[in-house]
Design a binder for this molecule. Structure first.
Ligand SMILES: C[S@@+](CC[C@H](N)C(=O)[O-])C[C@H]1O[C@@H](n2cnc3c(N)ncnc32)[C@H](O)[C@@H]1O
Length: 239
C-alpha cells in the first residue's frame, strides 16, 4: 500500500499531474532558481552527447524541450534529435517552440516506442531524479534506455548532485529547503511540486551511488563531471 505522502514516483500518474500543473512557469522558474546557469549545464551535456558525432539522439523526459533545442542547434544537420515526455502540457510547449518540425513523442520512459538499438545517445536533463528518486520502476527505465541504445552508445545525464564538501552541502541543502519551495511554490501556485523538487534534490544519491545503479543495470565506463562545485553534474555511461 502506498501512503498519500509518498513521493510522486510511488504514485503512478501523480508525477504527470504535477508537471501538468507547472508547465506555464516551468522555464522561467528554472532560470530564476539556477540564476540562469541551467542553460550552461544543458550546453555542457550537449557537448558530451555530441562527442562521438551521433546520428540519432533521444532527449528523454524532454519537458519543454530546452535540451532538445540546444542539441539541435549545436548538432546542426548531422544528428536527428527526438524528444519524449509523458506530460502533454510540457511537450505541448516544446511542440509550439519546435514550429513545423515536430520531433516529439508523447510516451512513458518505461515503454519507449522505438526499435532496439535505434539511438547513439540518450540524454536526460533534470529528469533522472524523477526516474530514480524513490521510484520503484527505475530498473524498467534503465533497461529501456539500454535496449534502444546501439552498442557503444552513450547515456548522458545532467542532474542535481551532492557536493563533497560538508559545508557546501549544508548551504546547498538549506537553499533547496527554503528558497526553492518558497519561490517555486509562490510563482507556480504549486507548493507540492517545488517541495518535491526540494526533497528529491536534497536526498538524491551521491555520484558514486548513481554510478553503482548504472553499472548494476548493465552500463559500463561510468563517469561523473561535477559542475558548480558538485551541486550539479554530468553522469555518462556506455552500453
Ligand atoms: C524537471 S522536468 C525536466 C524537463 C527537461 N528535461 C528540462 O531539462 O527542463 C521533468 C520532466 O520529466 C518528465 N517525466 C517524468 N517522468 C517521466 C516518465 N516516466 N516518462 C516520460 N516523461 C517523464 C515530466 O513530464 C517532466 O516534463
Amino acid at each position: 500500500m502506498v501512503s498519500d505522502d509518498a513521493p510522486p514516483g510511488y504514485r503512478p500518474g501523480s508525477l504527470r499531474k504535477m508537471f501538468q500543473g507547472v508547465s506555464d512557469e516551468y522555464d522561467l522558474l528554472n532560470r530564476l532558481l539556477t540564476f540562469g546557469l541551467d542553460r550552461r549545464w544543458r550546453t555542457k551535456a550537449t557537448t558530451s552527447c555530441l562527442e562521438d558525432s551521433p546520428e540519432a539522439i533521444l532527449d528523454l523526459c524532454c519537458g519543454t524541450g530546452d535540451l532538445l533545442f540546444t542539441i539541435q542547434r549545436r548538432g546542426h544537420d548531422r544528428s536527428t534529435v527526438l524528444g519524449l515526455d509523458f506530460t502533454e502540457a510540457m511537450i505541448g510547449r516544446a511542440s509550439m517552440a519546435a514550429g513545423r518540425s515536430k520531433p516529439l513523442v508523447l510516451a512513458d520512459a518505461g515503454h519507449l516506442p522505438f526499435r532496439g538499438e535505434s539511438f547513439d545517445c540518450v540524454a536526460i536533463a533534470f529528469s533522472f531524479r524523477n526516474l530514480l528518486y524513490k521510484n520503484p520502476a527505475i530498473g524498467t527505465y534503465l533497461a529501456e534506455v539500454l535496449r534502444i541504445l546501439r552498442p557503444g552508445g552513450h547515456f548522458v545525464i545532467v542532474e542535481t548532485s551532492q557536493p563533497e564538501s560538508e559545508v557546501l552541502r549544508g548551504i546547498y541543502h538549506a537553499y533547496l529547503r527554503t528558497i526553492v519551495p518558497f519561490v517555486g511554490g509562490a510563482a507556480s501556485g504549486s507548493k507540492s511540486a517545488y517541495a518535491y523538487l526540494s526533497k528529491s534534490a536534497t536526498n538524491f544519491p551521491a555520484p558514486e551511488e548513481v554510478a553503482t545503479v548504472l553499472r548494476g543495470a548493465g552500463f559500463s565506463d561510468v563517469s561523473f563531471e561535477p559542475l558548480l562545485l558538485g551541486m550539479v553534474g554530468i553522469h555518462k555511461a556506455t552500453k
